[in-house]
Design a protein around this ligand. Structure first.
Ligand SMILES: C=CC1=C(C)c2cc3[nH]c(cc4nc(cc5[nH]c(cc1n2)c(C)c5CCC(=O)O)C(CCC(=O)O)=C4C)c(C)c3C=C
Ligand SMILES: [Fe+2]
Length: 461
């Protein structure tokens, strides 16, 4: 029986902080009005006119989004048309979404942002290859540049020579996460330092992988609750890669926008399922050991870091949508409306894997996806799923080119992703509706101390 409590993926986590909407962006003091990054209007706090507005509970919960209810400043700001706006004063912020800031390095955790951060509405994944003449020194300079810029952007600070694409918005929970692929170590003369955890993933029978959209020396994950903020970070960091690294592939994804539901809920994927329920939770006693590299690990520069497996998984939606709902629910092992296990209860009720029907067959079928993937049937193996959905138009046959940018985090990919995917590959009822089209495995070092850059101990060690 599953004993884990569902995590969902809208739950506040230790590295997400809601900044009160009135907190001015740091550039406020130095940016001239109208300059790139300068706010278009002073905040309510800046002029001391915090409005009191009536905010319905429904709307309030709907706007909490990624930050969770804890971060919302009730009564100080909110509502579509605040009292101060009606008086002609500075308008009140609509929500806290724009002003929510995620620290590059969490106070009590060494890992980078974008791992335990709640799902964001907009995402970009990018892989770069180092230029033929770029070695370890150039790679170090690039990671230094990228780290500094990512920190600025995540704080809501505009970079030099800014394009103004994100000028009016706050940080909007922007995160930038950096990873190193298997080939990075050969390219930089660091082959001996490459962790065994980066050994290539095995082939799986359902794989139809495109090498041009797989792997890469360097990997970036960008997420934000605003599409313009996310694009702005993408473009800024892509330009900064030159001349050291060239884009190898890029994928764009999305999740539900905070506030789209009337209360914080686990998101749905493009098959319509509630997806993310039984993720490990940061409050689980074994969370850190499962997801992050041990603080005593031999690979010292990875201590507190994690490994990301990235799979572009196309969904065969034409086939899936033809299946009756009851079949779809048996394929997953959970109800489509509530996400509850087929053995009863609600979304948070543990699955009863040993429950049988009167005819002796298991209530949650033997090939149900959730059963086959569960830690109980995988020697305790668990991973943190943090995906984006994607839709890249329609294929020549009219089928949607859509699915999941499946990203999962773990301390050891062999014991987590590979273990579970091997089992899914052998007999998962969901597999006939999926095609794995691209794959990547990346070492994601811990966040640097103040003034340092990602992977500095590796590159300067
Ligand atoms: C190798 C790991 C996994 C891949 C690949 C994967 C793909 C995939 N999954 C869904 C939809 C759902 N998955 C659910 C649960 C679930 N999936 C995995 C692993 C992989 N999924 C795990 C470890 C679990 C948790 C199992 C458990 O402990 O109960 C669910 C149920 C709800 C939930 O817990 O999130 C759904 C729905 C899709 C659509 C997909 C590929 C596109
Ligand atoms: Fe799954």
């Amino acid at each position: 029986m599953s004993t884990k409590k569902p995590h969902g993926n809208r739950e506040a986590t230790p590295d997400a902080k809601a900044v009160p909407p009135q907190t001015p962006r740091p550039e406020t003091a130095t940016s001239a009005p109208g300059a790139p990054g300068a706010p278009s209007a002073p905040s309510a706090a800046a002029d001391g006119a915090a409005p009191t507005v009536e905010l319905s509970r429904r709307r309030l919960l709907g706007t909490v989004g990624a930050a969770g209810a804890a971060g919302l400043v009730v009564g100080a700001a909110g509502g579509v048309i605040g009292a101060s706006a009606a008086r002609g004063d500075a308008p009140a912020p609509l929500t806290t979404i724009g002003s929510t800031r995620v620290p590059f390095r969490a106070e009590r955790a060494a890992h980078q942002a974008g791992i335990t951060t709640p799902l964001q509405a907009s995402g970009h994944l990018l892989a770069f290859d180092l230029a033929p003449d770029a070695g370890r020194k150039a790679a170090a300079a690039l990671l230094r540049r990228w780290t500094r810029t990512a920190q600025d952007l995540m704080e809501g600070r505009a970079p030099a020579h800014d394009t103004a694409v994100a000028a009016d918005a706050g940080p909007s929970s922007l995160t930038v996460t950096f990873g190193l692929g298997h080939s990075f170590f050969d390219r930089t003369g660091l082959t001996k330092q490459r962790p065994v955890q980066l050994d290539p993933l095995p082939d799986f029978s359902a794989d139809a992988l495109d090498p041009k959209r797989s792997n890469g020396d360097l990997w970036l994950q960008i997420g934000a609750d605003d599409a313009l903020v996310a694009f702005h970070a993408l473009r800024t960091l892509q330009k900064e890669a030159a001349p050291t690294a060239r884009l190898r592939w890029q994928m764009n994804g999305f999740n539900r926008t905070p506030g789209a539901t009337d209360r914080p809920m686990t998101t749905r994927n493009l098959m319509g399922q509630i997806d993310g329920t039984n993720n490990p939770k940061p409050s689980d006693p074994d969370f850190d050991t499962r997801i992050f590299v041990d603080r005593d690990a031999d690979t010292t520069w990875m201590r507190g870091g994690s490994y990301a497996v990235v799979r572009r998984i196309r969904m065969l939606l034409d086939d899936w949508e033809k299946r009756p709902r009851a079949d779809q629910e048996k394929i997953i092992g959970r109800r489509k409306d509530t996400g509850a296990p087929l053995t009863g209860g609600d979304e948070t009720t543990p699955m009863r894997l040993d429950a049988n029907r009167p005819d002796g067959l298991p209530v949650i079928p033997a090939n149900a996806h959730a059963r086959i993937a569960a830690p109980e049937t995988n020697q305790g193996a668990a991973l943190l799923r943090r995906p984006f959905s994607y839709h890249d138009g329609f294929r020549d046959d009219g089928a949607p080119d859509a699915g999941l940018l499946f990203i999962c985090w773990q301390a050891d990919p062999l014991r987590a992703f590979t273990q579970i995917q091997r089992k899914l590959d052998r007999g998962d009822a969901l597999s006939p509706f999926l095609r794995h089209e691209a794959s990547g495995l990346y070492a994601v070092p811990p966040a640097p101390e103040s003034g340092g850059y990602v992977a500095q101990p590796l590159l300067e060690g």
